[in-house]
Design a protein around this ligand. Structure first.
Ligand SMILES: [Zn+2]
Length: 150
């Protein structure tokens, strides 16, 4: 891996740890050229996962869409100007929730999920961590399945 600062140097792993729950591997790296230190996270990819839409069509799992919908719920929904209100920590919260959801999908060993199953998973995760975001998310409405754009 190239150094993100000088873009040249080879890097050396100076520390490795499994994150809480074993969801990913954290590595501390040091650039051999500029000596700057940075971290990388290694997490399993869900690129094998297929989402079965309500229409019966299959589509690839798109984590950025899930992230966007969770972020909106965590941030407090859209304001009058149509822009998502950011509470400040919403991005970090949404990122963490997405990680937990992906862990559950991996643990289930499923390779196909229906949109409904996916929304239930997201809803469960939101309900147990951020009740206000859970209500904003509206996980169990039919409308949600369409707006998620899956
Ligand atoms: Zn460097």
């Amino acid at each position: 891996m190239k150094c993100p600062f000088c873009k040249r140097g080879k890097t050396e792993v100076t520390n490795t740890r499994t994150t809480k729950g074993g969801a990913s591997i954290w590595r501390r790296r040091t650039c051999l050229s500029c000596k700057k230190v940075f971290s990388t996270y290694e997490t399993p990819s869900l690129d094998f996962l297929i989402i079965k839409k309500k229409s019966g069509k299959h589509t690839r799992y798109a984590p950025h869409k899930i992230f966007a919908s969770i972020f909106e719920a965590c941030a407090g929904g859209k304001g009058a100007d149509g822009r998502t209100r950011d509470r400040g920590d919403a991005a970090a919260e949404a990122q963490e929730l997405l990680k937990q959801i992906e862990q559950k999908i991996l643990a289930s060993r499923k390779t196909i999920l229906s949109t409904k199953e996916l929304i239930v998973l997201i809803g469960d995760e939101l309900e147990s961590t951020d009740r206000a975001a859970y209500y904003r998310y509206g996980a169990f409405s039919e409308y949600k399945q369409e707006t998620l754009g899956l």
